[in-house]
Design a protein around this ligand. Structure first.
Ligand code: ZN
Length: 304
């Protein structure tokens, strides 16, 4: 069998002001804020990480919240959605409860035999809930999938199937739109990638309410280097390994234009604070500790 991707590691998106983002994801979506740090390339901006209680790969959603961000627009060349897994036994209650608490949530529809409801976040972005076997809520489920919006599915499909070990798991087409479902073998979180296309769609514009990149898991540094070789052999232009404090990262743009990352599971989010207090204190990488006072003064106040 071809070597295959295990599943999603994290999804990174762009939001507007951070407080609305924190309130939405920790209260309505029931996620834990597992890391409060800064954008390593722009330390005047937060980098916020949400996840399950133990901050496991496959549950991690991260945001760069720009106070004055111009609104973006999803479209071809971008990841356009991510979905949390919710247990079938809890799905109707979770949807009703979110609606009761003021969440903007669609009526469930069916996709490949599963119930899907879409919640709209404070920046207008879609957060999907997909019903899967079990009774878990979105706090425990982690990711079910991500959707890549493309002008043409072929080249991305070939990369994922021929070089990343994904298998075709469904195809649906009507009204000038199509969705191809790919699935990585195994039972990790976030094994599904949907490739989506719609006739006449305008190219996506990056800004608040859009997804910046999607990251797949590597088990360790050696596994990541092996993926790096494989992706370069597949014709991708891959960055060197970059230290992101909580994982090591490599990046490349897949043929449809979506930014992909492959991130290592270790060292994880307990690298610089204990599990019990994850996300409470502002954590800075070593290079920014000398200017912590300035950084703290520049960042907007946040209450959890
Ligand atoms: Zn990333």
């Amino acid at each position: 069998m071809t070597k295959h991707i295990t599943g999603l590691h994290h999804v990174t998106a762009i939001s507007g002001p951070p407080q609305a983002n924190v309130d939405f994801f920790t209260k309505l979506m029931d996620q834990r804020l597992v890391k409060k740090t800064v954008n390593f390339d722009d330390p005047g901006t937060y980098h916020l990480y949400y996840g399950n209680q133990t901050a496991d790969p496959g549950t991690i959603l991260t945001f760069f919240p720009f106070v004055g961000a111009a609104p973006g627009r999803p479209g071809p060349g971008m990841a356009s959605a991510y979905a949390y897994s919710v247990g079938e036994g809890a799905f109707a209650d979770v949807v009703a409860d979110m609606r009761n608490r003021g969440g903007r949530i669609s009526d469930p529809e069916e996709r490949f035999g599963q119930q899907v409801a879409t919640v709209t976040d404070p920046d207008g972005a879609s957060v999907e809930l997909v019903a899967e076997p079990g009774n878990h809520g979105p706090a425990e489920g982690g990711f079910h999938s991500t959707t890549l919006w493309l002008d043409d599915l072929g080249a991305t499909q070939r990369l994922l199937v021929d070089h990343m070990g994904y298998e075709e798991a469904g195809h649906d087409a009507d009204d000038g739109a199509e969705r191809l479902r790919l699935r990585a073998p195994g039972d990790a979180r976030g094994t599904v990638v949907d490739l989506y296309r719609r006739d006449g769609a305008a190219r996506g514009v990056q800004g608040s309410g859009t997804i910046h990149h999607v990251a797949f898991r590597a088990m360790d540094d050696a596994d990541q280097l092996d993926w790096r070789e494989r992706m370069m052999a597949a014709g991708m232009q891959v960055t060197p390994v970059i230290d992101r404090q909580y994982f090591n990262a490599i990046y490349f743009r897949e043929p449809g234009g979506v930014l992909f990352e492959i991130a290592t599971d270790p060292p994880g989010f307990t690298r610089d604070e204990p599990l019990e207090t994850l996300g409470e204190a502002l954590k800075l990488p070593d290079q920014y500790e000398p200017i912590r006072d300035r950084i703290e003064q520049a960042l907007p106040r946040l209450s959890a």
